[in-house]
Design a protein around this ligand. Structure first.
Ligand SMILES: [Zn+2]
Length: 444
């Protein structure tokens, strides 16, 4: 059994070390009654109830099938079709640091992960699948799921804000028996990281977190695009936080999610305010405000109604919109900017700033007012530098020979840097095609 180190709950004192593990629930949003596991790299030991060994050294050409029991209080396990019985839980423990699992739940797209796996029943016909994985490996997977781009500073920034969020919220699912779920309620973790440039950015940010002037970890909300101005935290959630202030953000202009338009029949628009908010829409001044409302700068309300409510009810990309009436059709037209809640860091603004050569820490300070980057002295600079040197070489060789990527074919790379994958899996999984929306709810 590998030793699992429990993360300290005293977050400000946490030393981010590569040996520490977190528990992440996978496929949280799916109901899964059967899971098929195969092994992409390394050997795994299969345990029942986390203590008694069922099968050692599972690897190539073997597959484990885990299903819910008919009574819903246990899991049935079989290896290559041979059934071993029913247990409260089963676990697959990696025997090495570079081990990769390939997970195929019934009716859900395949994903790959590193580290260990613990599976138990979660009600009738549903499995609870937990990945126990090194914290930094988890973070690299989060970065790959949460942002697109090609420059390592983009990933470095995302890694720093995701690390800060994770350390601050390490107990988010404590009562459920794990640290994080794998979707936007916590942070998206849709696959293990397979890209060397994302590994590089994550590693460059090693040991870095964002703190306020008192040295405390801050909340680090982010969104796809601010539309040109970020929002105050109290205009979206309850509390006014000193580091979540509205700032002008022209860097978010002219990106994928900078602008949007939505056309709504005028009767539906006015009817909504009349029925839901009891406004007298026959009143001239009320009607005029509802049909000509404009936001040269962000506002938080229209006629006293929070724009966040309007955003939810009409499924709008943002609250940063102005209203007009199309003179031909008579429909209401919302001209909007940005995508997401607008608080904190704009991901597309970040991508633009990095492309302009603006420094990593300036970008973070632009979006989180008065914040600072804290560097943990316990993280080995030599280890980080060695990794950065080696992986930079690989990225450059990939660029020089795009047809035959070194990062895909070299066995030693996986052993050393955990980025090896089978070619077919890499081609199948393209993180740049993912949705870029990355809102999540913050509980103050
Ligand atoms: Zn969660």
């Amino acid at each position: 059994m590998k030793r699992i180190l429990v993360l300290s709950l005293l977050l400000s004192l946490v030393a981010v070390s590569y040996a520490e593990k977190v528990k992440v629930r996978l496929f949280t949003n799916n109901k899964i009654d059967a899971l098929y596991v195969s092994f992409d790299l390394g050997l795994y030991d299969l345990f029942a109830n986390d203590s008694s060994l069922i099968e050692p050294s599972l690897g190539d050409n073997l597959s484990v099938e885990i299903k819910t029991s008919p009574t819903g209080d246990g899991v049935m396990v079989a290896v290559n079709g041979y059934s071993y019985g029913t247990y409260t839980s089963v676990s697959l423990r990696a025997t090495d640091t570079a081990c990769i699992l390939c997970l195929n739940p019934r009716n859900v797209k395949q994903r790959t992960y590193e580290g260990d796996l613990v599976v138990s029943a979660f009600g009738k016909g549903n499995l609870r699948i937990i990945n126990e994985v090194e914290f930094e490996t988890y973070l690299a997977g989060v970065v790959q799921s949460e942002i697109y781009g090609t420059q390592s500073d983009i990933f470095r920034i995302q890694a720093t804000i995701s690390r800060t969020w994770a350390l601050r919220n390490i107990n988010k699912h404590r009562s459920d028996g794990y640290n994080f779920c794998d979707y936007v309620h916590c942070q998206a973790y849709q696959n293990r990281c397979i890209r060397p440039d994302i590994m590089l950015g994550t590693m460059q940010s090693s040991g870095e977190t964002i703190v306020d002037k008192n040295g405390k970890l801050i909340e680090t909300p982010f969104h796809s695009n601010s539309g040109g101005q970020t929002a105050n935290s109290e205009d979206v959630w309850r509390s006014a936080l000193p580091y979540l202030r509205s700032v002008p953000d022209t860097f978010s202009y002219h990106m994928r999610q900078s602008d949007w338009t939505k056309v709504i029949p005028i009767n539906q628009w006015l009817g909504y305010f009349s029925k839901t908010h009891k406004l007298n829409v026959q009143n001239d001044s009320i009607r005029k405000e509802l049909l000509t409302f404009s936001q040269p700068k962000r506002k938080s309300k229209i006629l006293g109604i929070p724009l966040t409510r309007i955003r939810t009810d009409f499924k709008l990309k943002s609250t940063f919109f102005s209203v007009s009436v199309d003179p031909h059709s008579g429909d209401v037209v919302l001209d909007g900017h940005g995508y997401g809640h607008g608080v904190g860091l704009s991901q597309e603004g970040t991508i633009r700033m990095v492309s302009l050569g603006i420094s990593y820490d300036s970008i973070i300070r632009h979006y989180y007012t008065g914040s600072q980057i804290h560097r943990d002295e316990n993280v080995s600079v030599a280890y980080v530098n060695n990794f950065v040197t080696e992986i930079t070489k690989i990225i450059e060789e990939d660029k020089a020979h795009p047809g035959q990527k070194k990062s895909k074919k070299d066995d030693w790379l996986g052993k050393l840097f955990r980025v090896r994958d089978r070619q077919d899996r890499e081609e199948e999984f393209d993180p740049t095609k993912q949705e870029v929306e990355s809102d999540y709810k913050v509980e103050w």
